[in-house]
Design a protein. Sequence first.
Length: 138
Amino acid sequence: MARRKRQSLAGSGAEDDVNLTPMLDVVFILLIFFIVTAQFIKEPGVAIIRPDVDNKADAKPLAILIAINEDSEIYIDKKLISPEEVGFTIKQMREDNPRGEIVVQADVNSAAETLVDVMETINRLDGATAINISAKIE
């Protein structure tokens, strides 16, 4: 009789445990889902001091980001690009992201001529493309 009590006690203990494996499976699936669907913020790759403006509109996060630093050097996707390569580089990025907006971040101390040249190059590629100029948010 003593043996039967021990066996029944040992057997009932295993059945009372909560099985966490299905819950962990769901947690990992949700984690993978959120990592895959997350939109990452693009950085220009150089420090830029943006000008203040009166009208501020937010751009979509999956934009083609062009940065012009204080030395009027052009950076696209954190790479230094010569002014002659801007059109070719934008064409390549348009193939990967055809609906992405173009955002230009120009430093306050950069030459306006460089900004105008970049904007003219974008207009030559696609005149219907809206060019967003990034400004500092206060």
